[in-house]
Write a protein of this length. Structure first.
Length: 217
């Protein structure tokens, strides 16, 4: 009886919202699962590059109007030694660690901000169906520290738009696999069969730690 009343109450609330032309409040879903489960749950689909252009992912933006665009926000957040921030978001005195190649840098120009899941890869795995606004959100995702990472520029350039089936960093491969799977999950992106196979193999050899992800939408 109680269950029936709850169901009727929920139905009435939904009908009322619909009648008033209002949407039910959206809630970001958060999951916490072992790494192997996270990887196993990634949907497999063929990749489609047709129509891709980097210009379809507007970046770097200054979302909060503080003169520091997304690139500089990441540099500030990831600094191992906090930099001074000057006019126009000029950074000085900072120090950064690139985990892909285990190198420290003190000059921001030696670092790229890597989209852990490259823009072209995201297009291939689902972002081609998004609005430009959603692609902008992906390209400037400061809501999850795994989405964007400061790394040595030439290492990032060597990675290009490759997925883990063809490229992994020299160091901290298990971290990279965890973060790749987390970002794909956060943005509900698919993986191709070779990518899934590689991720599964690494997940099985890495510590099966619990990974927490909040969906972006």
């Amino acid at each position: 009886m109680t269950r029936t009343l709850r169901w009727l109450g929920g139905l009435l609330a939904a009908v009322t919202l619909s009648t008033l032309g209002l949407a039910a409040p959206a809630r970001a879903a958060t999951i916490s699962v072992p790494l192997r489960t996270l990887v196993a749950d990634l949907p497999v689909a063929s990749e489609v590059r047709t129509g891709y252009s980097r210009d379809l992912f507007p970046h770097w933006i200054d979302a909060d109007g503080d003169s520091c665009n997304t690139r500089y926000e990441v540099l500030i957040a990831e600094a191992t030694t906090t930099p001074s921030i000057g006019s126009g978001c000029y950074l000085s005195g900072g120090r950064w660690y690139s985990y892909y190649d285990a190198v420290y840098w003190t000059n921001p120009s030696d670092l790229d901000i890597d989209h852990l899941v490259p823009l072209a890869e995201s297009w291939d795995s689902g972002a081609r169906n998004w609005t430009t606004s959603r692609r902008q959100s992906f390209a400037n995702d400061l809501g999850d520290a795994r989405s964007l990472v400061a790394v040595t520029d030439n290492v990032n350039q060597a990675k290009g738009d490759q997925d883990p089936a063809t490229w992994l960093p020299t160091y901290e491969k298990c971290r990279y696999v965890r973060e790749w799977a987390a970002v794909k999950t956060r943005w509900r992106l698919s993986v191709d069969s070779a990518e899934k196979s590689t991720l599964t193999s690494w997940a099985n050899s890495c510590s099966n730690v619990t990974v927490t992800v909040t969906h972006a939408y």
